[in-house]
Design a protein around this ligand. Sequence first.
Ligand code: FAD
Length: 513
Amino acid sequence: SKTAAVIGAGIAGIAAAIRLAVKGYQVNVFEANAYPGGKLSGFSQDGFRFDAGPSLFTMPQLVDELFQLAGRNPKNEFNYIRLAETCRYFWDDHTRLTAWADRDAFAKEVATRLGEPAGHLLAHLDDSAAKYAITEKLFLHRSLHKLATWFNRDALHGYWNLPKLEVFKTMNRANEQRFQNPKLVQLFNRYATYNGSDPYQTPATMNIIPHLEYNIGAFFPKDGMIGITNSLVRLAEELGVRFLYNTRVTELVTEGNRVVGVRAEGMGHGAEGMGQREKDALVTPDSPPSAPCPLPNAYDVVVSNMDIVSAFRKLLPNARQPERILRQPKSSSGLIYYWGIRREFSELGLHNIFFSSDYRAEFEAIFNRKTLLDDPTVYLNITSKHKPDDAPAGCENWFLLINAPNNSGQDWDELIAKTRQNVIRKLSQNLGVEVSSLIVCESVLDPRSIEIRTSSSQGALYGNSSNNRFAAFLRHANFSHQFRNLYFVGGSVHPGGGIPLCLLSAKIATDLI
Ligand code: FAD
């Protein structure tokens, strides 16, 4: 059978491996870490379990589709629930608001608590749905870099509707025109952060994002976010995909217009606890797991799930570098504090936001001055609300994410310490308790460690930022223009970052194969 190498067991790499296995390929997945999932991983500490990265799960049908492709019933393999409330919002003036999944309930809440006419909210969600319908057909399911995409019927129809995407207006401008209450403008501006962008720069097109949460739904996997990774790795293994952990690919060996070999270092196989034996060898489709064989055996197809900047700079240093794409400004990153908390808070839900009092200044600091303000917006995720065994009895597992600039050599240790104090102050004021005394265990993730653990350029969470209105055209294609058997998937290439788009990148790339 044909052979494929996938570089990286991030969510897009796993999805690509499954799709290739279903097509009959014999697939090896090379993963530098000892565990799969990349950003979508998890860990336990002192009786608390934490999802390390993503916390919001949308478009679960894209995960289901992978089980269906393999002839399985997703209901038997991967369970999730639809959330009745999408997020609880807190402002320092003690205004509180619950965003309900039910549009009418949310519109009523907005009218009662913020005095905003319900019609404004409903019109906004309708507009979001309309924008999504246009972009879905044109951008999300197909390669932007193939002529056929631009001349098919859906696309030709879509052109008439392009003005509805409002590319020449910023998201903030559109939201200010829509809503009277600045709190609601802030609430909907927040959706720019779902792809690491700045609402004061990103085009109003990005108002498609709320559609995912309100019109399609926000979900929670029964086993936590890590359940997405674990169930898909299980499926891949059952389909015969081989995962080689602790194995970092160091070079793609090329000849003419083809990749002919994958050079890797590490064990070549990664059962937990295996000692690191540094080795440099060509790992081939048929080399036995623990003894990489040096035969220069070509893979028919190579799929890179590595960040596109790292892929070109590190694996293909001698190839032509697509500089314009590689040098695009990156999305924001994050400071993440994982706290075990020895108390329960009934006023908190699964997703909570504590807004800063000056949102514009916060984004100006993140994107222009590359620093953090003393009053940051704090996102607090508590999976033990839905999965009680994630924390000991009477306790909660707090995941706090603060939007942060990407890594450009800031003094992160100082920013981590300072922001920790600011977060504690903000939460203590809002919740009326001294939060610091409740923290029983702690871990921290910052842009540096995100970069080291996943090879993401500058620790960006979502590849390139979407602040530029042409951003969609400045992401790399899902295939290589230079090497006929090389494809790219993941959050740094088309169609973009976040779990749903990563899953779509795997679909687009493997459809092209
Ligand atoms: P990555 O997760 O980036 O993984 C790449 C993998 O490739 C890694 O495992 C890495 O070790 C491996 N690798 C790299 N180079 C090599 C090499 N040379 N050899 C072998 N292996 C290599 N998205 C959402 O949808 N919802 C959210 O709520 C959300 N919140 C987020 C919060 C945080 C804190 C973070 C960090 C991200 C969040 N995201 C969210 C974004 C989402 O996690 C990413 O877009 C997505 O997981 C990226 O997947 P990927 O396939 O691009 O691979």
